[in-house]
Write a protein that binds this ligand. Sequence first.
Ligand code: MN
Length: 203
Amino acid sequence: MAYELPALPYPYDSLEPHLDKATLEFHHDKHHKGYVDGLNAALAKIEDARKSGDFALLQHYERLVAFHGAGHANHVQYWENMAPAGKGGGGEPTGALAEQIKKDFGSFENLKKELSAATVSVEGSGWGLVAWEPLGHRLITLSLLNHQNASFIGSHPLLICDAWEHAYYLKYQNKRADYVAAWWNLVNWADVSKRFAQATHHH
Ligand code: MN
């Protein structure tokens, strides 16, 4: 079964003024779709190799699976991590997630500063994220390079912010920090809390 591009969970103009309609159209319909197509193409090549028994180019296609597969997964989460401002988006975390944030970062304000820095400081293209790390039983921040590099395998991403220029350049140009500051108004804390509950269920 081929991977498919899921629809955006909200209308293209519903994240205005923080993220504009044109950015969401290009980002979802062109960029995200490109990763879905790239993943399917790479997996088809690996399926061909299985049939022929010729794995000479497997290394190449495995890299494409990692890049496009992580690109697809990151974008699915990015969309679900957001909601229109004031209608599910923005505010502060509550309950068990809020308690864990206080334990690991000292305060929500500290987490905000750290994740903003992790996102703004990405060299080139990448992502800032907060993950639950089950071995150490804690929340951590990470700065991904591209979609898949500098990740911590086994950790569960809870909240992810796209730092690729295609996520903000139409509206914010070079001002990545302004985009990240606006993005906080869109964070869907109910979705982040749901992911936290799932990630910590067996730990
Ligand atoms: Mn993107």
